[in-house]
Design a protein around this ligand. Structure first.
Ligand SMILES: [Zn+2]
Length: 72
């Protein structure tokens, strides 16, 4: 049996001095931007990464009857 799998990596990063607790940089190079921002400014920066793995293809319509027309 074959299984399709897709892993999605999301990264959020920020600077505690410039942005408080909010994430300011998003995307795959957010961690690198946070590291360079720390190097340039000495600020305390952070990066949070998560991995989401999805097994199986998305073949069925998510909500087939969601937009069904109402008979008049
Ligand atoms: Zn900063």
């Amino acid at each position: 049996m074959t299984r399709t799998a897709e892993t999605i990596r999301t990264v959020r990063a920020g600077c505690t001095v410039c942005h408080g607790l909010a994430a300011h940089w998003l995307g795959r190079n957010a961690a690198g931007v946070a590291a360079r921002h720390h190097d340039a400014t000495g600020h305390r920066t952070w990066a949070e990464q998560s991995l989401r793995t999805v097994y199986g293809a998305d073949s069925a319509p998510p909500h087939p009857d969601l937009f069904a027309e109402v008979p008049a």
